[in-house]
Structure formats: structure tokens, C-alpha cells
Design a protein. Structure first.
Length: 245
């Protein structure tokens, strides 16, 4: 386990942000090093730690370690054994029956089919990252501008490190808010250049970004795939990937 990951696990939650109490940061979902591609979103869902009634996911329902699951009160008490447990929850996420497939399956099915099976969470050729590793309540869109600014500033350094230390050379961004936030945070761009697909509500953006000297192609679409438009996204994404190959 690299020191950057250890430091993140042992870090204190950012002040002034409504991070879920007792939650651990989530550095990544899946086998992050040898992947061919990654998806990036804004921050982990609260449902990675809590059920729909706000109860903790513990025991066989647990997705990630937390101070509650480890019976630990603060980051100073985190032991090497606890670190290994937390790390395993991240690397083995998509191999465990508890994975939040209600959210990830839309991306998995679309990207896997569009890439002819080249990119998949299930076989370890694709992983998921977030701009911020901290799960919040409320969700990102309901946080204040100040809270979102703090999370972006706090998380971007680790995200850059993560991207530069994987084999992934292509990243998928789901939804206009994610696309614009990630690209603006990683670059000096003030906006995103969208290309509208004729006679549809769908737009795509393609942006090559240098991350610590590594060139990565970012492909984003404006529609949130979990809310519909999956067939049109699949059709267009397949064409984009063919043109890049």
C-alpha cells in the first residue's frame, strides 16, 4: 500500500463540510493500478455507508470500513491491521456481493458494451474514482458552494496522484455536473466544450488532459445515465471509442 493511500486513510475529515460522522475516506473502488479505464464522479454516495433509512451498513452488509465498523474513535488510533482491512474493501469492492450495483450497473453495462468488453468493473479492467474521497450527507448537489470548494481543494491532489499511478489512459465522466466540475478542477479551463448530438438532448465532450505528464483522454456526456438515455449514450459512446482506437 503506497504512502499516499495510508496518509489519506489516516487523514482527518475536512473542516466545515457535512461529512458522514465516523466514515472513512474512500480512495478508489476496484483494482486501481492495472486498469485500462476509469470512471470519475464527485464523491462517494452516503449509501456506501448507510442504508436508505440512515442505518449503518455493518457486518455482512458493510461496503467500506468506518470508525464504527473498526471500533475506533479517531485517525490517531488507526492500526496497520485496520489499514489493510480498509484497503481490501476498496480493491475488492466489485468482487463482493455488497457492491452498490444499483448505481454502478448502468455504467458497467453501457461502457462494457460500447468498448466490446474492453472496460469492465467486474473483471478489473476498469475502476471508479471520485474527486473527493469523503461521503457527505446531504449529497453533493445539496452542499453549499463553500463545502464543495473545500472538498475539491482537499481531494484534487490525491486524484491527480491516483490518475498518474494507474495504467488508465481513458476516463469516463457521467453527467454534465460531474464533467464540468472534474475538467475545470484538473485544468485552467473555465468551461467545457459540448458537442450536441443532432435531434437529441445528448451532448458529449472529449478532452485530453495532461496529469503529472501523463496524457489521459476524458470522455463525458451531459445526461445522467442512472436517470435515462442509456441507449443513446451507448450508441454514441461506441462511435467515440471506435474513432479513438
Amino acid at each position: 500500500m503506497e504512502q499516499e493511500i495510508i496518509n489519506l486513510f489516516k487523514s482527518q475529515k475536512p473542516e466545515g463540510v457535512r461529512v458522514i460522522p465516523d466514515s472513512f475516506p474512500v480512495p478508489f473502488f476496484g483494482q486501481y493500478k492495472k486498469i485500462n479505464a476509469a470512471t470519475i464522479s464527485l464523491n462517494p454516495s452516503d449509501q456506501e455507508f448507510l442504508d436508505t433509512n440512515g442505518n449503518w451498513l455493518l457486518g455482512q452488509k458493510k461496503r467500506f470500513e468506518s470508525y464504527k465498523s473498526l471500533n475506533c474513535s479517531n485517525c490517531a488510533e488507526v492500526t496497520d491491521e485496520m489499514l489493510q482491512k480498509a484497503f481490501a474493501c476498496c480493491t475488492e469492492y466489485f468482487n463482493r456481493p455488497t457492491a452498490y450495483w444499483r448505481w454502478f450497473s448502468h455504467l458497467e453495462n453501457t461502457i462494457k458494451e460500447a468498448s466490446n468488453g474492453k472496460y469492465s468493473y467486474r473483471d478489473g479492467t476498469m475502476a471508479h474514482f471520485d474527486l473527493s474521497p469523503w461521503s457527505t450527507q446531504p449529497k453533493w448537489s445539496d452542499l453549499t458552494d463553500t463545502e464543495r470548494f473545500i472538498l475539491k481543494k482537499d481531494g484534487v491532489t490525491f486524484l491527480r496522484w491516483l490518475l498518474s499511478n494507474t495504467q488508465a489512459k481513458i476516463v469516463f465522466l457521467n453527467g454534465s455536473t460531474t464533467c464540468e466540475t472534474i475538467i475545470k478542477t484538473l485544468t485552467d479551463d473555465r468551461g467545457v466544450e459540448w458537442k450536441r448530438i443532432d435531434s437529441t438532448k445528448l451532448s458529449f465532450c472529449l478532452k485530453q488532459i495532461s496529469v503529472s505528464g501523463k496524457e489521459i483522454m476524458f470522455i463525458g456526456w451531459n445526461l445522467y445515465i442512472q436517470r435515462g438515455g442509456q441507449n443513446e449514450i451507448l450508441k454514441q459512446l461506441k462511435q467515440k471509442l471506435v474513432s479513438l482506437s
